[in-house]
Design a protein around this ligand. Structure first.
Ligand code: GLA
Length: 737
């Protein structure tokens, strides 16, 4: 379908009124400008995005949705507004000025007190799958360049904006967004977003979009657990997993961010996102620029599944550090829940031996290995191995892990410092704080101010040293608290708020530089569980820690929410002990495995407590996982039955890209009144191929045929025999040659 469009488009551009059309064949995306109508257009995947210059000179959205024919009429947009409502025009990037009452993308205060900014089209460049448009204030030398880049595979559009001060005086940017996404006018939309907290991330929420503004944001300095920087807007009532139109987007920023969804007085819906303007002020000297975070947006015509599929494909092919072909995640073992801070060389080696015996590929030593770290009150900041626990450094343990056939990973929390640490005693002014004010501690720690060049150099230095001196394949980079008292006293008073941008830029640059210098390194983004998951950090990290809540039942809804925005490739899920430390729930080892096998599998249990039977189960499940992980991590996800809202039954299915393999995971919360488990109808198989089926971890209902066509499985369906509480099983389908 997509390829067909791309080929047709190449031919049709010739007959349409679009000149300067460029077809980027490698990417199947095009960009074009129709000079007669002043309309720009980008096409990619099954999506068309168009905007134009209206007669007032503003940049106005024309269309965003399913792909149009190349010769379809896209007319110059007309400004909107009525006598008492001056400025409802759906602008791509509105300056705050000229009576604007809708969300601005840019707000500036000039030194003379002027705060009026009216941006008009100045010039553009169209090349390949990209468009750049420059806007200028109607009077002052303020230039804004808007960047658009269309992905040919998925139709996901990347947008950002850069403001440059070409006046002769400094000014202050008080609000900087990537721009606005304007949806087709309608009063019948629903907004979907992910809310959460520590141990309860990514809960899918839905509310109708009405005459009001909804604000999703973080004011915490980091991405945060509270909301994911992601949105999806669907047509009311018309959207299911497999049908209906959805517009969706995600911000690539790991600091304080904001996304607003506003329905204005003419019932137009605009989504605006970028730096959080709360407490924001970024001074620009003459000649200086500020670039907004990138804001990605996409469109799916066939329901939530298609949206997730496009996002997943895009993140793997365009965002992740190993894009376009990120390698499959190795099965890892992490020692945290087994030992917490009670780390020793001998204890770690014992765990490593046991982990290797079940097929683990990567052994990760978590918190507790360094300095005086016996609990969470001391040691953060002093990144050398605890001489009592590791008298000969990390090398002997790493050598043992290698000898066992695994690679070695290490937990670090480089942005943090305990009051009780050499680093804090030496540099108490290196943390984020206001002079003379209390310094709020959380988990007994402060946040180092990475915006300070010396702090950035220190953090890079300790990590570089660890990686240079030891054969470390993987870092779990944690950040266990949010900011407080966000001061930067070393800076002049009017420059301190730059911390919101500079800190995160330095954080990214450390990750970038470490990866460049140590190209084999892989990194996990963790922040007290899933507090730092966004498309910004995903450019530099290979996976994310989904949640500290490792209860396999709670995880079903956390993972379900996660899957609406992010690829299963990066979703780390561990098998831990029962009863679970977080909520004391008891579940079988099989249930725990099947829950975790829906993402990137890890083991986080205390292997010293396992029985021979547990080892045998784990060995079998890990072998099964290795055989199916390409399907789970790179396949298409189908959410067959949602675990949300008190549901008693949940099921997901992953289908391989060639549709020859599928795996269905099913979970019964509680058997009630002896009702049999629901019938499952898998999707995405080839109707005419014949698939064998076998059960894993449980049983299929008696009478289930050992093989049948895709049409049979999808239409007739099948069921599992699930009995009792917290019962789980999987079914593995393979097409016959
Ligand atoms: C955070 C992480 C955990 C673990 C601890 C260690 O809570 O999310 O997985 O690493 O820190 O202190």
């Amino acid at each position: 379908m997509r390829l067909m469009w791309a080929r047709k488009l190449g031919l049709m551009m010739a007959v349409a009124g679009f000149c300067a059309a460029a077809v980027s064949s490698a990417q199947n995306a095009t960009s074009a400008y129709d000079a007669a109508k002043h309309v720009f257009r980008l096409d990619g995947g099954d999506v068309t995005y168009a905007f134009g210059v209206n007669r007032e000179g503003q940049l106005q959205t024309v269309y965003w949705g399913a792909r149009l024919r190349a010769d379809d009429p896209l007319n110059q947009p007309a400004p909107m507004g009525r006598p008492f409502e001056l400025t409802d025009t759906p602008q791509e990037f509105a300056g705050w000025g000229g009576g604007l009452t809708t969300e601005p993308s840019l707000k500036i205060t000039f030194p003379d007190g002027n705060r009026d900014l009216v941006l008009h089209y100045l010039s553009h460049q169209v090349r390949g799958n990209e468009i750049e448009v420059t806007l200028k204030d109607i009077e002052r030398e303020i230039y804004v360049t808007l960047h658009y880049k269309m992905d040919g595979q998925t139709g996901i559009l990347k947008r950002s904006a850069e403001v440059t001060n070409k006046t002769h005086s400094p000014l202050v940017v008080e609000e900087m967004q990537a721009g606005s996404w304007n949806l087709p006018r309608s009063s019948k939309y629903s907004l979907h977003y992910l809310s959460g907290r520590w141990g309860g991330e990514d809960q899918l929420q839905t509310r109708s979009v009405s005459a009001a503004e909804t604000v999703l944001e973080s004011r915490r300095g980091f991405t945060g657990h509270e909301f994911a920087p992601w949105f999806a807007i669907s047509e009311n009532g018309a959207v299911t997993e497999t049908a209906g139109k959805i517009w969706f987007g995600a911000l690539a920023w790991s600091g304080s961010w904001r996304i607003t969804v506003q329905q204005d007085e003419l019932q137009q819906v605009r989504v605006t996102g970028g730096f959080n303007p709360f407490d924001f002020a970024y001074p620009l000297e003459p000649g200086q620029s500020l670039r907004s975070p990138e804001f990605y947006g996409g469109f799916a015509a066939h329901g939530y599944e298609e949206m997730s599929h496009l996002e997943s494909e895009f993140q793997r092919a365009q965002v992740l550090p190993q894009a376009p072909h990120p390698r499959l995640r190795p099965v890892l073992y992490n020692s945290w829940e087994a030992t917490e801070f009670r780390v020793s060389e001998e204890g770690q080696e014992q765990l490593a031996e046991k982990a290797a015996s079940i097929g683990v590929e990567r052994f990760v030593m978590d918190d507790g290995w360094f300095s005086t770290r016996k609990d969470d009150h001391a040691g953060l900041g002093d990144w050398y191995p605890d001489p009592d626990k590791f008298p000969h450094g990390l090398k002997p343990l790493i050598a043992r892990v290698h000898a066992l056939g695994m690679d070695f990973g290490l937990w670090v929390e480089p942005e943090m410092v305990n009051e009780n640490s050499d680093l804090y005693r030496k540099h108490p002014d290196w943390i984020i704080h206001f002079d003379g004010r209390p310094r709020t501690q959380a988990r007994s720690q402060f946040v180092l101010n990475l915006a300070i060049p010396e702090v950035r150099a220190y953090v890079f230095g300790v990590l570089d040293k660890l990686l240079s001196e030891n054969q470390i394949a993987f870092l779990k980079w944690d950040a266990n608290r949010n900011w407080s008292e966000p001061g930067w006293p070393q800076m002049a008073a009017d420059r301190q708020k730059m911390i919101y941008v500079r800190y995160i830029e330095n954080y990214y640059s450390i990750l970038r530089e470490l990866r460049a210098k140590h190209p084999h390194i892989e990194i996990e983004s963790c922040s007290g569980g899933g507090g730092r998951v966004d498309l910004g950090v995903m450019r530099y990290t290979d996976e994310v820690w989904t949640s500290d809540n490792t209860d396999p039942f709670d995880r079903l809804s956390i993972q379900n929410g996660f899957s609406y925005a992010y690829t299963p490739q990066v979703m780390m899920a561990w098998v831990t002990d029962s009863p679970n430390w977080y909520n004391h729930r008891m579940t079988s080892l099989t249930y725990r495995f099947l829950s975790a096998m829906q993402g990137s599998l890890g083991i986080g249990a205390d292997l010293n407590k396992w029985t021979p039977q547990d080892f045998a189960t784990a060995k079998q499940m890990i072998a099964e996982y290795k055989a199916m992980r390409d399907v789970v991590q790179h396949g298409t996800l189908h959410r067959l039955a949602s675990p949300q809202d008190g549901s008693n039954f949940a099921a997901t299915e992953s289908v391989s890209p060639d549709e020859r393999k599928a795996v269905v995971f099913a979970f019964l919360h509680s058997e009630q009144m002896q009702y049999p488990a629901p019938v499952v109808h898998p999707r995405g198989m080839r109707e005419d191929a014949v698939y064998t089926v076998r059960a894993l971890g449980g049983n299929l209902e008696a009478g289930t045929p050992p093989k049948a066509s895709g049409a049979y499985w999808m239409n007739h369906g099948f069921s599992f025999r699930l009995e009792g509480d917290y019962a789980a099983a999987a079914a593995i389908f393979e097409a016959q040659p």
